[in-house]
Ligand binder design. Structure first.
Ligand code: HEC
Ligand code: HEC
Ligand code: HEC
Ligand code: HEC
Ligand code: HEC
Ligand code: HEC
Ligand code: HEC
Ligand code: HEC
Length: 463
């Protein structure tokens, strides 16, 4: 390959800058020509995009003097086609900008048949050169190090990473959840968890070059399309299943129904920070948690708009509770009235407190078992461990998410109903143990397993 000689990286960088400018002007001309071609083609072909996309790629490619693009058309045509369809291409961001690095960078490998080095797993450090704000916000969110620490623990983190972790406002919480989860991770073993915990939680794993996280968890390479990131299917890669069914809940909510029945006509590619109700008449996950919308600025720190720790066994307030809630309410406010939002938040707070009461009840029963030495210290070694755990971890969380994101079926039948069933089961299992040990069984207040009985039981315990 003749492309690069001598001081490879330096020469390439210089070349890249020079070619970029030509590249940019040319891309604009090509794009203009293509719009004409595309429009007439679409009309004729009845809107089928595939030939046009290929045509676009071919025309753009014929004009290209970026050697990476030209050669990779033969070796990785899929990547090149996606790249040519991206805003990166039309804004003169090159393959080299995201992949070309010095040999000394962690994770760098020598490019096949060349003397320059590339980072095959282009990292958030590469994005950071142009998207500093997004990377900084991401690093301050629970999608970053807390996601990774959730299964790996914090022991292996470098001093620098420890400091970043400590600086995340809502980075703490939930030692009990962590211990239980990490125990499951260990019990299952690394052969398996590579395909389970890691697959979702590595969104925040430290990279070989020291940067944090995987931006492609939400921005599929190589289009990096805003439309894709804004669609809720992006989140359902991870926010799904019995312990965090936000996707299923969204699908059954009024918002999700608006999306699935009318989303085709929404303005998905509107520039960030410009979104209004004219573009999005109902919100997606991204609208409520990320997008600049209503009075809330765009953020990659998803904790910014959350008041509660809903994933915890007992939900407590986050630091900055009031400010965070206000930011979320400013999103709602673009479409709902103040009174509607206020009423919704007051009711959802009360429902959250109900779930807390049931979980506290289960903890009180558990404490009595422990006191009598009737449960082992080992995690998940007997059926009662699973009942006690799923009560808050699956059903408590599901109920709370169902409430906050308007999924009535999840709030009800996959949520609070299952919680009551687990309360009944937990007490029956506990009493079998008390009786087997020759101890008095627990006596439940009238109305058990209802909310009033749970409250009465806790009140009696406290007095
Ligand atoms: C002369 C052809 C050619 C040129 C020019 C070229 N590449 Fe490649 N590149 C290849 C081939 C062949 C592979 C190996 C593909 C495979 O494994 O299927 C490759 C692999 C890669 C990989 C993956 C490496 C790995 O170990 O997984 C990256 C990233 C990459 N190229 C980026 C670039 C960048 C950036 C440029 C421009 C600076 C570039 N390439 C220029 C042919 C080329
Ligand atoms: C905006 C940044 C960006 C641009 C521009 C970009 N890439 Fe990538 N590329 C990435 C990211 C991110 C990954 C995925 C890294 C990972 O696996 O976590 C990736 C992965 C790859 C891979 C390895 C993965 C695979 O599927 O084989 C190759 C090869 C590659 N890119 C080549 C290219 C080529 C060639 C171009 C230009 C046509 C290009 N990239 C442009 C960011 C970029
Ligand atoms: C060399 C600079 C550069 C690098 C490196 C870079 N980008 Fe970009 N990115 C841009 C520019 C320029 C735009 C277009 C901005 C605009 O439209 O306002 C853009 C746009 C985007 C968009 C929005 C796309 C759209 O449709 O408007 C996303 C998402 C994105 N980049 C993600 C990434 C990710 C993830 C990485 C790292 C893997 C990355 N970028 C690396 C310059 C870069
Ligand atoms: C399908 C993707 C997925 C899988 C698989 C998964 N998680 Fe999670 N995990 C999540 C999501 C999403 C949340 C956030 C839930 C919420 O906030 O409602 C989460 C939350 C957590 C939390 C609570 C937050 C915290 O940091 O304290 C822990 C701990 C955790 N996961 C550990 C694990 C472990 C250990 C495994 C494997 C045994 C695992 N997870 C498997 C997606 C996943
Ligand atoms: C958990 C999902 C998720 C992850 C991970 C993620 N993003 Fe995004 N990103 C989004 C969403 C959603 C949007 C659209 C926001 C909007 O509507 O304007 C977005 C938009 C963007 C944009 C367009 C400009 C903007 O701010 O809206 C850029 C650039 C971007 N992301 C870069 C990154 C980089 C760099 C990383 C890695 C550090 C990253 N993203 C990780 C979800 C994510
Ligand atoms: C690759 C997996 C993955 C994807 C994709 C993903 N998330 Fe997450 N998300 C997680 C994990 C893991 C957590 C829990 C982190 C923790 O608390 O340890 C999480 C937590 C969250 C939280 C709670 C953060 C907090 O401070 O407690 C919100 C809100 C969230 N995600 C929204 C989204 C949205 C919206 C999208 C889509 C645009 C998305 N996520 C895409 C894995 C993912
Ligand atoms: C109408 C706005 C809205 C939509 C749409 C929405 N959410 Fe939420 N989400 C909320 C609110 C409100 C909360 C709770 C806020 C609080 O704690 O103050 C929340 C909480 C969460 C949490 C729990 C964080 C924790 O404390 O553990 C996660 C995770 C989450 N959302 C992810 C998603 C995902 C994924 C989607 C799409 C499938 C989605 N959300 C759709 C408004 C929304
Ligand atoms: C982009 C506009 C938009 C945003 C932002 C938005 N909503 Fe909605 N919301 C709607 C639409 C449209 C409906 C469907 C109304 C209907 O069913 O007629 C709806 C329905 C609802 C409903 C169900 C009402 C009913 O009568 O069935 C609730 C509750 C709700 N939204 C709460 C919220 C909350 C809380 C937020 C902020 C966290 C929020 N919404 C943000 C547009 C929005």
């Amino acid at each position: 390959m003749q492309l690069i000689r001598g001081n490879y990286v330096w020469i390439f960088r210089t070349r890249a800058v020079v070619t970029d400018r030509h590249f940019h002007h040319r891309a604009v001309l090509v794009a203009a020509a293509l719009i004409v071609a595309y429009t007439s083609e679409t009309t004729r072909a009845g809107g089928l995009p595939s030939t046009n996309t290929i045509l676009a790629a071919e025309v753009a490619l014929a004009q290209s003097d970026d050697e990476c693009v030209v050669c990779h058309t033969n070796h990785t045509p899929g990547i090149v086609n996606q790249y040519l369809a991206s805003d990166h291409y039309s804004n003169a961001t090159t393959c080299a900008d995201c992949h070309l690095v010095e040999q000394t960078i962690g994770g760098a490998v020598q490019h096949p048949e060349s003397e320059f080095y590339v980072l095959p797993r282009s990292s958030s450090a590469m994005c950071e050169t142009c998207h500093r704000t997004q990377v900084e916000q991401f690093n301050l969110s629970r999608h970053a190090l807390p996601s990774y620490v959730a299964y790996a623990g914090s022991e292996g983190l470098s001093a620098e990473h420890q400091a970043i972790y400590a600086s995340i406002p809502e980075g703490g919480f939930n030692p009990e959840a962590m211990i239980a989860r990490n125990a499951i991770h260990k019990l299952e073993g690394p052969e398996f968890t590579r395909f389970s915990c890691e697959s979702c939680h590595d969104v925040g794993k430290p990279n070989l070059d020291g940067s944090i996280g995987d931006c492609t968890a939400c921005h599929i390479r190589h289009e990096f399309s805003l439309e894709q990131a804004r669609k809720p299917e992006t989140c359902n890669n991870c926010h799904i299943g019995p312990d965090h069914p936000q996707w299923e809940i969204y699908v059954e909510s009024s918002h999700g129904i608006a999306y699935s029945t009318m989303g085709d006509s929404w303005n998905w590619e509107a520039e960030d920070g410009t979104l209004t109700t004219a573009d999005f008449p109902a919100p997606t996950c991204a609208t409520c948690h990320f997008s600049g919308f209503g009075g809330a600025p765009t953020t990659h720190d998803v904790g910014d708009r959350l008041g509660w720790y809903l994933a915890a066994p007992i939900t407590t307030a986050r630091p900055n509770f009031a400010e965070n809630r206000l930011r979320m309410q400013n999103v709602c406010r673009a479409c709902h009235s103040d009174g509607f939002i206020e009423e919704f938040y007051v009711s959802a707070d009360a429902a959250t407190e109900s779930v807390n009461t049931f979980v506290r009840f289960s903890q009180a029963v558990w404490a009595q078992l422990k006191e009598a030495n009737l449960v082992t210290a080992a995690p998940f070694d007997e059926p009662i461990d699973y009942v006690y755990y799923e009560l808050w971890h699956h059903f408590g969380r599901t109920a709370k998410s169902g409430v906050w994101m308007q999924g009535a079926d999840y709030a009800q039948w996959h949520g609070i109903y299952e919680i009551m069933q687990d309360c009944a089961e937990l007490v029956e299992m506990a009493n079998a143990k008390f009786e087997a040990a020759g101890l008095e069984p627990l006596v439940m207040p009238e109305g058990f397993p209802g909310i009033d009985a749970a409250r009465a039981y806790l009140a009696a315990q406290e007095s």
